[in-house]
Ligand binder design. Structure first.
Ligand code: PLP
Length: 390
């Protein structure tokens, strides 16, 4: 019904994934499995909604009407059991923008902010770029399942200079869906130590069978003042180019500070296409997401099995969420630069190097599975041949 396998030519569409490959990897002659967006065409109902809006022909200043907020509220309720009121929701042009705003509004220069590497690399750069100090509560790799080091987290949170924690949930790149027990412990540690917990839940809709995403926004009222959730429909529906993020802020003072800044910078207005598509996907997209998640899970299983059977020295992880599969390449016995060369120069596939996500990502690679099976199989074949030729 949705033709998820259709291959779309993204060359010359101003795509970062394709156009910036030459800047990042020094070549355009590669298959791209980096940047976290999907090489999957949006379903007709999304395209039709944007075409209809375009055909209207007037693109003046645009307001988010009650129907818009209702669509977000309803999605959060039906898909994630999060009950949220209109006044607790606010728009943001991107999740990374929201992380920046929370850091600037809620912490001071020199404050310590906890992150958990290996993690999506802007987590470190938003802290350091705002002249705050990173406290790295490194995830612990227990035979392929990453877990949190709670003892260390507690010690870090207790330090009075620590005022914020950035949580990645589900986690990019290790693919974990945190359990209720884990989240409760994190939220309690933050609450008890006056540390504001910022939960980036941008991958929240893309969760595989046997796992359930639990939003920090449904842990209970006692965390209302000690947590903020940042998310978007952008990963789910492949609309990162449309700037559709938002946050759930239940503390009135934090919300007021955020709205004031957003207003001051004049970023609170609505792009008419961003507004249109958010409402459309949240009103009409449930069945599509169910199909998409099944498709991505098929690609995850295919990749996992293929690597296990055909590529000695690489250990794929059975990710619980996201379309980004984390693999341990240390068994190849190569240095991090040699691993990069093997993937980028020999196999000619562009992936995110593990060391981009922190020192403890060294020896790993992250592959984006959100493409046709044909493209994925071609990329994995190239990798198999490159490893065999070592
Ligand atoms: C965990 C995480 N947060 C945020 C982003 C980017 O979000 P945005 O484009 O809305 O800033 C990504 C994109 O890969 C991500 O993986």
């Amino acid at each position: 019904m949705y033709n998820l396998e259709k291959i779309v030519n993204r060359q010359n569409s101003s795509s970062v994934k394709y156009e910036e490959m030459v800047l990042k990897f020094g070549s355009n002659d590669m298959l791209p499995f980096w940047v976290a967006d999907m090489d999957i065409k949006c379903p007709d109902f999304m395209i039709e909604s944007l075409v209809k809006r375009a055909e209207h022909g007037v693109f003046g200043y645009t307001k988010r009407m009650p129907e818009f907020y209702n669509s977000v509220i309803n999605w959060l309720d039906t898909r994630h059991e999060v009950k949220v009121k209109r006044e607790e929701l606010e728009y943001g042009p991107g999740v990374v923008f929201l992380l920046n705003m929370m850091i600037r509004n809620e912490t001071k220069v020199g404050d310590q902010i906890i992150i958990q590497t290996p993690v999506y690399y802007p987590f470190k750069s938003v802290v350091e770029g705002n002249e705050r100090v990173v406290l790295d509560n490194k995830l612990v790799n227990n035979n392929g399942r990453y877990e949190m080091n709670f003892d260390e987290l507690e010690k870090m949170a207790k330090d009075p200079k620590t005022t914020m924690m950035l949580l990645c949930s589900p986690h990019n790149p290790v693919g974990r869906v945190w359990t209720m027990e884990e989240l409760q412990r994190v939220a309690d540690i933050c609450l008890e130590n006056d540390v504001l917990l910022i939960s980036d839940e941008i991958h929240f809709d893309l969760v595989y069978k046997g796992n359930k995403h639990i939003s920090v926004a449904r842990l209970g009222d006692k965390y209302n003042k000690s947590s903020v959730v940042c998310t978007a429909p952008s990963k789910t529906f492949n609309i990162a180019g449309l700037h559709t993020s938002y946050c759930i802020i239940r503390d009135e003072e934090i919300m007021t500070r955020y709205r004031n800044e957003l207003g001051l910078m004049d970023l609170n207005r609505s792009n008419c296409f961003s507004r249109e598509i958010t409402q459309t996907v949240y009103e009409m997209g449930a069945d599509y997401v169910d199909n998409l998640v099944d498709f991505l899970e098929g690609n995850r299983d295919y990749t996992y099995d293929f690597i296990k059977e055909n590529i000695p020295g690489i250990e794929p992880y059975k990710i619980e969420a996201t379309y980004l599969l984390w693999m341990d390449c240390k068994g190849l016995g190569l240095s991090k630069d040699q691993i990069d060369d093997l993937f980028f120069k020999e196999a000619k596939i562009a992936l995110d190097s593990g060391h981009w996500f922190g020192d403890n990502g060294e020896g790993f690679m992250r592959i984006n599975l959100a493409c046709s099976r044909e493209m994925l199989a071609e990329g994995l074949d190239r990798l198999k041949d490159a490893v065999a030729a070592l």
